[in-house]
Design a protein around this ligand. Structure first.
Ligand code: NDP
Length: 256
């Protein structure tokens, strides 16, 4: 098997209909995988699949799923297995941000953040485990954040949810190593997407501050995440598990 070849592999990308998820889906398609792009907005998902199919005809389909609803997550995985013949790569990318100072959050916002960013990953990993185990292995890629390990004064609950993603991932990486399932996290830095466009409205100096602190001197693009995702999805990473790797232009290793 070639190191970076994903031909014959089936991937799900949650939140794959835009932003970072679509950047990752694009990379997986380019490496030969069949990809299910999933999100709540069916129209947006269909458009994303169409875009991916322009790279390789028949490479992508769209399946609607709200990752906070257990029955929808189970259905996403079983429909993928039924329609594409298996599930080898699960990219748990769907996520939201609610920016507040710690004293301002409501309990409802707390639950919204934890459900979308962490509980969904628990549900998706559990659902993906069984087809992966039965197929003799698989790759799970969970999307964390710089906030998985940095303090975030304007997003403490977001940070708590993303910190939990890393610890959950390490734990299942250990538990499921015996089943030949590798589990790793990607920690994006500041990436230009809808999510961070709203953050830049909240803090008007954010754009410039990120550029100044990032050694690469620019914000990331969704496609900047594709390379690491393909590595973590491919045979090249078969001995890599339980890691959390930044893709941040050097943001996390530079002095502010
Ligand atoms: P976007 O807001 O651009 O995209 C979010 C995606 O998640 C959409 O495709 C959306 O689709 C989907 N989504 C949201 N809620 C749900 C849900 N309940 N069920 C299913 N899908 C859902 O965000 P980004 O691309 O920026 O973020 C992607 C991931 O990367 C997130 O986990 C985010 O926390 C993380 N991240 C982003 C950073 C950045 O700088 N952009 C930095 C660090 C981490 P739909 O609306 O159709 O459901």
């Amino acid at each position: 098997m070639k190191l970076f070849d994903l031909s014959g592999r089936v991937a799900i990308v949650t939140g794959g209909n835009g932003g970072i998820g679509l950047g990752i889906a694009q990379g997986l398609v380019e490496c030969g995988a069949s990809v299910v792009v999933s999100g709540r907005n069916a129209e947006k998902s269909a458009a994303a699949a169409e875009q991916l199919n322009r790279t390789r005809a028949g490479a992508a389909i769209a399946i609607e799923c709200d990752v906070t609803v257990p029955e929808q997550v189970t259905a996403l995985v079983s429909r993928t297995v039924d329609q594409l013949g298996g599930l080898h790569i699960m990219v748990n990318n769907a996520g939201i941000g609610i920016r507040r100072r710690p004293e301002e959050y409501t309990l409802d916002e707390y639950h919204q953040l934890m459900n979308t960013n962490m509980t969904s990953i628990f549900l998706c990993c559990q659902a993906a485990y069984f087809p992966m185990r039965d197929a003799g292995g698989g790759k799970i890629i969970n999307i964390g954040s710089m906030a998985s390990f940095l303090g975030h004064p304007y997003g403490p609950i977001y940070a708590a949810s993303k910190g939990a993603v890393v610890q959950w991932s390490r734990s299942i990486a250990v538990a499921w190593a015996e089943q030949n399932i590798q589990v790793n996290c990607i920690l994006p830095g500041w990436i230009d997407t809808e999510l961070t466009q709203s953050a830049r409205k909240y803090r008007t100096d954010l754009e410039a501050r990120v550029n100044m602190r990032t050694p690469a001197g620019r914000w990331g693009t969704p496609y900047d995440l594709a390379g690491l995702a393909c590595f973590l999805a491919a045979p090249a990473s078969d001995y890599v598990t339980g890691t959390a790797i930044p893709v941040d232009g050097g943001y996390s290793i530079s002095m502010p």
